[in-house]
Design a protein. Structure first.
Lengths: 469, 292
């Protein structure tokens, strides 16, 4: 039982500016003492290969170059000495401005298929914020300090904020502030491209003069960046937003709490921690200038700033190592029922008699797109055998009416084994997957991999797929 | 004089003293109009308070963190103090929990309990709780009369023989068996396992399974037995499993799952887990270290 297992996990972050790939090893161990019911957890995450930072390839301003992107992944796999078949799990996340491209969804799914059997495509500003905070070490820091720490991940297109209160993510925000919203010529240092959110801020900072006279770019850029950072300040310090902020704030789900410190991550963070770069144009964008604006901001001056474990690699590390869960070891899985992919999580309704019913909510997923759906069992008042028996009887009535196989049931309490065995008795012919210990939110999708050898545990990847408009 | 008797004497002595004080104090207070003698029914049972949610430190600097620390362990942390001593509350609760643990050891599983779960009820050579506690060897043996009950009332040569015993906690049996037994039975039957007649053993030790094994020759025996109670819980149960149970089998041949209680592995889930574990023992024809 004490056998250790490792999973090879890949993380790929396709961002506004850069694309990165990291391969990590996840160690799974039974954490319970020998005489107790086993419980498998991921105990250690180590990076086995850290890829180069590539520029994200684009066909044009509206399209990601899928072929070039695939080549980057192929080359990095070759350098790392792995084949897609050897990748057990992982996630690709498309972030920032890139998620807004017209072909983002299509590209990311085909890349996920190429990258490995169990590599999932993920997107969404809230997920991105959370993943960056996990990868940067802000989550671990908040746990260690028993404090509320904000992770501010400043990338090329967006600034992603996540609050971690004692190791738990309590809220996220995504603001259209990034180092590559303006692009400059590395020789003349003049503006070559102004993205649409940046243009709006520029109009605000410079209302009378759309045509910028040459040479004045730097002052204008600095004004715009200051005004952008002020918007981030207002979000963090819970101040009322000004009219010009509305075009920048994409999502804001931050709770009204006082934070005890901040961690900066993302490509721009490097220049916040190591200020004083003279050649600010070096990347052909305004990242270093944005870092300067953050340095002078109230965030940097009035809050304790901690250094995280990672800056530019935060999101890619988070994607590779922090998206996999393990359910086990007391679960029920019929033989050959797994793997399954893209399974939507369906919450039940309470009917008049106080019983759960999944029939109505399941009707939203009758699309042939979904092979099956996962029925979520919310916390029960107790885990007595009688309670589980009556739950199983309800499920046994409803499951045959719900399309798809295997039948997937995810419980929040530790009841998957007894519930599964009861269902196997009531519905002996249906292939069944009954798991517990997985936290899910409405609208999540699941990938469930094959059970691990030696242990009755299965890796589960919860994904949230929201593409920015 | 046995320990139990001396404890009883001390308690009686104390109660007498308290009774006297009560009369005196109520006499003293009688002239006061608003005096109230606390109705005994109004006193909340100390043992009912959830210690992990009970914050005794007045005006904590960081209440949330304090709560989190309390919730992270059943240990008695953050209990505050009065000078260098614990608060009366803390001390009384400590004693109350100790009393619950003692009750659990000395308590008896109700007479009708085995019948309710269709178990054949037998008793080891221990005739009393005192003998049970002082003579572990007798808790492993059965006399001819009890062996006869087994031979008459139980199926011989079953694949799995389920045994339930009070062991060191009668409360563990009462609290867990109603949820564990049906889950275990359902799980095993679902896998096509032929079960023997379940047996209830009064004053039993783990190795009574060896004696029963000799009499009934099951392939596997599992004994569900109350664990020595602690101050955290008095309802914890263990399951010991042995392949080919027989006299002289060594302890390393037993597989054990412990900590079956509300705060550990819930009884129903544990029953289901035991079912798969027993199936594994049947399939590999080995238990204990031989199973690993």
């Amino acid at each position: 039982m004490a056998k250790e297992m490792t999973l090879v996990s890949v993380g790929i972050d396709v961002g506004t500016t850069t694309t990165q790939l990291v391969i990590s090893q996840l160690t799974l161990v039974n954490v319970m003492p020998g005489s107790q019911v086993p419980k498998v957890e991921i105990t250690h995450k180590s990076i086995s290969y850290m890829g180069k930072v590539h520029f994200t390839p684009f066909e044009d301003r509206g399209h990601v170059d899928g072929t070039a992107l695939r080549e980057i992944v192929a080359k990095e796999y070759e350098k790392a000495g792995v084949k897609p078949e050897q990748i057990d799990t992982g996630a690709i996340i498309i972030t920032g401005e890139t998620a807004k491209k017209e072909n983002a969804s299509e590209i990311i799914h085909s890349l996920a298929d190429y990258a490995g059997d169990f590599v999932v495509a993920t997107a969404g500003p809230d997920l991105e914020s959370m993943i960056a905070g996990k990868g940067s070490g802000a989550e671990a820091l908040s746990k260690h300090l028993h404090a509320c720490i904000a992770n501010i991940d400043i990338g090329g297109g967006t600034t992603n904020i996540a609050y971690f209160d004692r190791g738990k993510c309590i809220g996220t925000a995504c603001i259209n502030v990034g180092g590559r919203l303006f692009e400059v010529d590395t020789i003349s240092h003049g503006l070559t491209y102004v993205s649409s959110p940046a243009q709006k801020i520029m109009n605000y900072c410079n209302p009378n003069n759309y045509q910028v006279p040459n040479g004045n770019d730097l002052v204008l850029i600095k004004n715009c960046l200051r005004s952008m950072v002020e918007c981030v300040e207002r979000v963090i310090f819970l101040e009322p937003l000004l009219p010009q902020d509305n075009c920048l704030v994409m999502t804001n789900l931050l709770p009204e709490v006082k934070i005890d410190g901040v961690v900066f991550s993302g490509g721009v963070a490097k220049y916040i921690y190591l200020p004083g770069i003279k050649e600010w144009w070096i990347h052909g964008d305004v990242g270093p200038l944005l870092a300067e604006a953050f340095q002078e901001s109230r965030i940097n001056k009035s809050l304790p700033v901690h250094e995280g474990a990672e800056t530019i690699h935060a999101t890619v590390l988070g994607a590779g190592a922090h998206t996999v869960n393990v359910s086990g070891s007391t679960i029920t899985v019929s033989e050959h029922a797994l793997p399954v992919r893209n399974v939507p999580a369906v919450y039940p309704e309470l009917d008049i008699t106080g019983k759960f019913s999944w029939l109505k909510p399941a009707e939203n997923y009758t699309d042939s797109l979904y092979r099956t759906i996962a029925l979520i069992v919310p916390p029960l008042p107790n885990t007595d055998f009688q309670t589980i028996l009556s739950l199983a009887e309800t499920l046994a009535c409803e499951l045959p009416l719900i399309k798809g196989e295997p039948k997937v049931i995810i419980a929040q309490q530790d009841i998957a084994k007894v519930l599964g065995q009861t269902l196997q008795r009531l519905l002996p012919a249906s292939p069944l997957v009954c798991l517990d210990g997985i936290e899910l939110a409405f609208g999540d999708f699941l990938d469930i991999a094959k059970p691990l050898p030696y242990q009755d545990a299965v890796p589960v990847i919860v994904k949230t797929l929201i593409f920015a408009r | 004089m046995s320990l139990e008797d001396s404890v009883r004497l001390i308690v009686e002595e104390l109660l007498k003293g308290m009774e006297k004080e009560k009369i005196q104090s109520s006499n003293n207070k009688l002239p006061l109009a608003n005096s109230s003698i606390i109705d005994e029914c109004e006193i909340t049972d100390l043992a009912e308070i959830d210690l992990q949610r009970y914050l005794q430190v007045p005006n904590p600097v960081n209440k949330e963190l304090y709560e989190e620390m309390k919730l992270s362990t059943p240990a008695r942390i953050g209990v505050w103090r009065s000078g260098p001593r614990p608060l009366t509350d803390t001390l009384l609760r400590f004693r109350a929990d100790h009393a619950v643990a003692q009750d659990s050891v000395l308590g008896v599983v109700p007479e009708e309990f085995p019948t309710k779960y269709n178990m054949v009820s037998i008793q080891t050579l221990c005739k009393s709780k005192d003998e049970y506690l002082t003579r572990p060897d007798l808790g492993r043996k059965l006399d001819e009369e009890n062996l006869e009950i087994l031979r008459k009332g139980c199926l011989k040569g079953a694949m799995v023989q389920i045994i339930v015993s009070d062991g060191l906690s009668s409360k563990a049996v009462e609290a867990n068996i109603p949820n564990l037994l049906p889950a275990l039975t359902q799980g095993l039957e679902g896998m096509g396992v032929r079960l023997g007649t379940p047996i209830f053993v009064r004053n039993g030790r783990v190795a009574v399974m060896d004696t029963i094994g000799e009499a009934l020759k099951p392939e596997v025996a599992v004994i569900l037995i109350g664990e020595r109670p602690g101050l955290g819980t008095a309802e914890s149960m263990s399951a010991y499993m042995g392949y080919n149970p027989r006299l002289g089998m060594v302890e390393s041949e037993r597989t054990v799952i412990s900590n079956i209680h509300k705060g550990g592995t819930p009884a129903a889930e544990a029953g289901a887990h035991l079912a798969s574990l027993i199936k594994k023992i049947l399939d590999t024809k080995a238990s204990g270290v031989n199973l690993e």
